[in-house]
Design a protein around this ligand. Structure first.
Ligand SMILES: Nc1nc2c(c(=O)[nH]1)N=C([C@H](O)[C@H](O)COP(=O)(O)OP(=O)(O)OP(=O)(O)O)CN2
Length: 178
């Protein structure tokens, strides 16, 4: 990625020094295109560290918007929509949908596990390592890591996660962006 940024910076400098006509082609090859997919899932969470009503186990209809950016290839695409969506949907449906998201220190974790009820525990292991509680911010960070893992596994050259937005209600959202 660092190499690519350097390349763009070199192109920009070159552009400033050359005639307008020569620059047009360079600008086109340096263009970045962003591609966005959406998915939703139903999940409970609770944030006992915040106190108040967030202490209660409660559910939301979550919406995720994942944006990846890069240069479109010779086939005219940055990443294939269906491929990206299938990967994200499968991961979300398997790990989060119709389950509960809890922090690793949450005393409800053993109880839900004992009841064989689906629970995704934040903060213990990849891809949520270091994200202690299932806040909207941390769900957005988690899903950006999942999206980054997808790009890595597919080996799309020069494509990166540029933005992930997660909404837990119509009025509450968090965004991570680069
Ligand atoms: N920065 C964050 N603040 C809060 C989060 C969070 O994830 N990040 N989460 C909560 C609670 O979990 C709760 O679900 C939302 O709280 P709140 O907006 O206060 O509750 P309502 O959805 O009922 O909001 P109204 O607009 O008043 O209906 C709290 N804070």
């Amino acid at each position: 990625m660092a190499e690519r940024t350097d390349e763009l910076a070199r192109d920009a400098t070159w552009c400033e020094e050359e005639r307008e006509g020569d620059c047009r082609e360079i600008r086109q090859t340096a263009a970045t295109t962003a591609v966005t997919v959406r998915h939703n899932f139903e999940s409970a969470h609770r944030l006992p560290q915040l106190g108040g009503k967030c202490h209660n186990l409660h559910g939301h209809s979550w919406w995720v918007e994942a944006t990846v950016a890069g240069e479109a290839g010779a086939d005219g695409i940055v990443v294939e929509f269906h491929d990206l969506k299938s990967y994200l949907r499968e991961w979300i449906d398997e790990n989060l949908d119709h389950g509960a998201m809890l922090g690793s220190e949450d005393e409800l974790v053993p109880a839900l596990n004992a009841a064989n009820s689906k629970v995704f525990v934040f903060g213990k292991a990849d891809p949520s390592f270091g994200l202690s509680w299932p806040t909207v911010e941390n769900v957005a960070e988690l899903l950006s890591r999942v999206t980054a893992g997808y790009l890595q596994s597919r080996g799309w050259p020069g494509v990166r996660v540029s933005r992930v937005v997660v909404r837990e209600t119509h009025v509450n959202a968090a965004e991570v962006s680069w």
